[in-house]
Design a protein around this ligand. Structure first.
Ligand code: NAD
Length: 322
């Protein structure tokens, strides 16, 4: 990779951030890497501890919602890749305010830093949920309207708008990535796939909201990481890129597949009361990132097998973070 200098990675101890940090350490030799993370319930320093001990990564515990802290620890950054966020929709329906602070105010602080300093590129990680519910006849492209329905998605959409306005008004090199649902190692086991895997391993019920027919588009985390590395190198400033593997599955299919891979029966599936707000499906177009040369490499079967292997062999990890 051609990127050089200092990269600051807020949220690098969370799920996608951890996978990104582990990959960038392998791929880029001469890069000063700083992970800046608040270590909320979903962040685990243990995920990158070994890299810090080997002095490949420097770690700072900090909060992007605190401007002074951002100014101090981001100093000298050539690249910023922001994963820091409150990410669980259910939590946003119970207690939305932390989502406003991290997902909106936190991003505003990073943007202020980028405005005042010679940062080469700021890559912000958003989500497909900003488009609100979409379907086969209404597939979201990067310029589709934003119709978020939950506090999680609204705070992400608001931050996206702020990023776009800063890119235009101040001519800054800012890129937004909007991935669909990711799965893979190191995901906090409150999200659907790790929760289902963990419960299957423990012989506990797999809770399916409502009728279980909600559709999500799954992308293996390694494929997302490759897409982000590509955007860091070759994305166009001021642009937005959807990241989707076009692997659309109903939640009930995912539950059955997890049970099959773990080797348990469908009787563990249980239906539970639905969320108050629950988008039926997310359908997004991925042609823009494909045109840059990216394509998903890991099939759902292969990705799920690898994910189950991680959780089956790393009970120490998920028992600790849970
Ligand atoms: P995660 O919840 O696993 O990790 C979030 C990380 O951010 C944690 O390490 C946490 O400690 C840290 N953090 C939270 N608040 C912080 C703050 N105020 N300051 C500094 N650090 C803070 O999340 P994830 O699943 O890895 O998601 C990463 C990004 O990708 C998020 O922006 C999310 O919206 C987006 N995204 C995730 C998915 C998915 O399926 N996981 C899909 C689309 C988009």
């Amino acid at each position: 990779m051609s990127i050089k200098g200092k990269i600051v990675i807020p949220g690098g101890c969370g799920f996608i951030g951890t996978n990104f940090v582990r990959r960038i350490v392998e791929r880029v030799g001469e890069l000063e890497i700083v992970v800046f993370d608040k270590l909320t319930y979903s962040g685990d320093f243990g995920n990158i501890k070994e890299l810090v001990e080997k002095k490949k990564v420097r770690f700072v515990r900090g909060d992007i919602a605190e401007l002074e802290s951002v100014k101090k620890y981001f100093a000298g950054a050539d690249y910023i890749v922001n994963f820091a966020a409150e990410t669980h929709v259910d939590r946003s329906l119970k207690e939305p305010y932390p989502f406003v602070m991290t997902n909106f105010v936190g991003v505003a602080n990073i943007l202020e830093f980028v405005r005042e300093n010679p940062v080469t590129r700021f890559l912000h990680i958003s989500t497909d949920e900003v488009y609100g519910p979409t379907n086969e006849n209404n597939i979201a492209k990067e310029d589709s309207p934003l119709r978020p329905t939950t506090p999680y998605a609204s705070t992400k959409a608001s931050a996206d708008m702020l990023c776009i306005s800063y890119a235009r008004a101040f001519e800054l090199d800012i890129i937004i990535a909007r991935p669909t649902n990711n799965y893979g190692p190191y995901q906090y086991p409150e999200k659907l796939i790790p929760l289902f895997i963990m419960n299957s391993l423990l012989n506990r019920a797999l809770p399916l909201y409502g009728d279980g027919l909600y559709i999500r588009d799954w992308v293996f985390v390694d494929d997302t990481v490759e897409a982000l590395l590509l955007l860091l190198e070759r994305g166009t400033p001021g642009e937005i890129y959807n990241i989707s593997a076009q692997t659309r599955k109903r939640n009930i299919e995912v539950a059955r597949k997890v049970l099959e891979v773990v080797g348990k029966g469908d009787e563990l599936i249980t239906f539970v009361e639905d969320r108050k707000v629950h988008d039926r499906g997310y359908f997004i177009d991925n042609r823009k990132i494909r045109a840059l040369g990216w394509e998903p490499k890991v099939s759902f079967d292969e990705g799920l097998k690898r994910t189950v292997e991680f959780y089956a062999s790393r009970e120490d990890w998920w028992q600790k973070v849970r």
